[in-house]
Design a protein around this ligand. Structure first.
Ligand code: 6LW
Length: 538
């Protein structure tokens, strides 16, 4: 067959030019819509900064180690974890830290070529900051801020380059003990406050005025805070002043963000608050904030998560969040050009020499009790005297339950000959609230720890060394099953999710799915080998 060379006619050329520009317009300007939360699971108190086209976000981490996860994005919608700020015991002393103690809300800022992350270790030294030139790490040793008390610190540099430190402290500058946002100057090299903290605003009357962030725009200082507490009454308010020390005038339509109103009382998103504003590279404004997703009535288990909403902020005007001051799961707004990351695999086959960023320890881990055996592709846990009922560091490695419905399975090789030794798989809110599938000498046990209640739901005799353990959840129930061949799973029991929710257990964290081992009072002789771990949201 005769083939003709392809000739580009003038009208063909016009079409090509048209397609080219259409393509550019579609890919490099706005795209429509995204889903909240943008970072699902226990990732609360988000703070964000931008360097050119790159955005970096951090979250609080409480008793978990490493501390303060760092995420990267190029569109504010898709986030990928690139590391942690606090990876060394010297940066993150968590010894004997109580559940939901440790690291409270952080702020991340970029100033003159350096990243700063400032936060509070409420059970280990108070306010401090660390710095890095690469946000993926390593971060510096802590610079401690010498201020008695205070949480939710922020650093701020004004246009003339002065450094400021803000936090919420209960100590008011007239000596009374009243919550308010305090501001002082700081020597950024030493962490020494060079002026007395002064209370500049205590909000619009909601309890716990906290999480201050300061911005400079159109000749004003804008001070944005959270009020109402981090539960269902949470909200974001803002005030402004021509002078950094005030007086601050409250925005006439505060709160600028809340889910507490009549029209949002049945929303799947509740508790929106604790926010940070960011201006994108092309000029648009956005807000990141925490909120949570109740299930099974007014109960949430997946923690306070990271959400995103667009902000319109006219010159000399007030910022307006999403037009309505509320948010939804399906966000019908223009976004930056979307740059998604690859989906995470369902299986972790433990073929790496250290855990992926998904995995966390409880408090400062005893490193000798964790072996990442790359050759055999196994995670080997050695039980210590400490148990998962202790506010301590048991041999435990967990990942966040970041979906309300999921299925998660692990393959365990463990046949101890001593009755005190155990290893297993747990859904854990904290050391006082957890649901465990435990292998002991000759037995598999399903047991629940619910505050002062310790209940054994089921015991079956299992002498085999190898057992598959499975935890699944729906909004209403956790279900537990096991298998000896990986195909036929036998149900052991199910329990209501609300029994270990944040509303029941208290605290600021979310459920972890954890692999653990313990010698219950003395070191175990028998290591527990985990071959792989699967987790899939439904
Ligand atoms: C945090 C405070 C808050 O420091 O809860 O929701 C505290 N906001 O600002 C712990 O996350």
């Amino acid at each position: 067959m005769e083939t003709k060379p392809l000739k580009l006619t003038f009208s063909g050329f016009k079409f090509l030019v048209l397609f080219f520009f259409l393509g550019i317009t579609l890919t490099s300007f706005s795209q429509t819509g995204f889903k909240n939360p943008v970072i699902p699971g226990f990732y609360p108190d988000p703070s964000v900064c931008r360097v050119n086209d790159d955005y970096y976000l951090v979250n609080s981490s409480f008793e978990y180690f490493p501390g303060v996860p760092v995420f990267h994005s190029r569109d504010l919608v898709n986030w990928e974890q690139i590391g942690y700020c606090l990876t060394r015991d010297s940066q993150l002393p968590l010894k004997k830290c109580w559940a939901s103690g440790g690291i409270y809300a952080p702020t991340i800022r970029y100033h003159e070529g350096k990243f700063y992350m400032v936060t509070t270790n409420v059970s280990g030294g108070g306010n401090f900051y660390v710095t890095a030139t690469d946000p993926a790490g390593e971060w510096s040793e802590p610079v401690w801020v010498k201020q008695g008390g205070g949480i939710d610190p922020t650093l701020f540099w004004d246009e003339n380059g002065k450094s400021y430190f803000l936090s919420n402290t209960g100590i008011h500058n007239d000596g009374s003990n009243r919550d308010g946002i305090h501001l002082s100057e700081i020597d950024i090299k030493t962490g020494k406050l060079t002026s007395e903290p002064v209370c500049i605003w205590n909000g619009t009357g909601g309890r716990y005025p906290e999480s201050p962030h300061l911005y400079q725009k159109d000749g004003y200082y804008y001070l944005m805070i959270a009020e109402g507490g981090t539960e269902y009454g949470h909200k974001v308010t803002i005030a402004r002043s021509r002078y950094i020390y005030g007086p601050y005038d409250a925005c006439p339509f505060n709160p600028i963000l809340t889910q507490i109103n009549r029209d949002t009382q049945n929303s799947p998103i509740q508790g929106s608050g604790h926010a940070d504003l960011i201006q994108a590279n092309e000029g648009s404004w956005w807000i990141v904030f925490l909120a949570f997703h109740p299930q099974n009535g007014q109960h949430h288990l997946t923690g306070r998560e990271t959400y995103l909403a667009p902000v319109s902020w006219p010159e000399n005007g007030w910022p307006s969040v999403n037009g309505s001051g509320t948010v939804s799961v399906d966000m019908n707004c223009k976004t930056l050009p979307l740059k998604p990351f690859a989906k995470k695999p369902v299986r972790d086959d433990f073929s790496t020499s250290k855990p992926s960023f998904d995995w966390n320890y409880l408090r400062n881990p005893a490193r000798e009790n964790y072996v990442f055996n790359v050759q055999k592709s196994k995670l080997i846990l050695k039980g210590s005297a400490v148990t998962i009922n202790d506010a301590d560091s048991p041999t435990f490695l967990g990942r966040r339950q970041d979906q309300i419905s999921f299925q998660s399975t692990t393959l365990l090789n463990f046949a101890p000959s001593n009755a005190n030794e155990e290893a297993g798989f747990t859904a854990l809110m904290n050391e006082r609230y957890h649901l465990d599938l435990v292998k002991t000498k000759g037995k598999l046990i399903l047991r629940y720890r619910l505050g002062e209640i310790r209940h054994v739901e089921k015991e079956v005799s299992v002498n085999e060394k190898t057992v598959y353990l499975r935890i699944e959840s729906t909004p209403e129930f956790y279900s537990f099953s096991y298998s000896l061949d990986g195909k036929d799973f036998k149900a052991l029991g199910k329990v209501n999710t609300n029994l270990i929710s944040t509303e029941t257990a208290g605290g600021f964290t979310g459920v972890f799915l954890g692999l653990f081992a313990s010698g219950n009072g003395k070191a175990s002789q028998t290591p527990a080998e985990f071959e792989w771990f699967d987790y899939a949201g439904k």
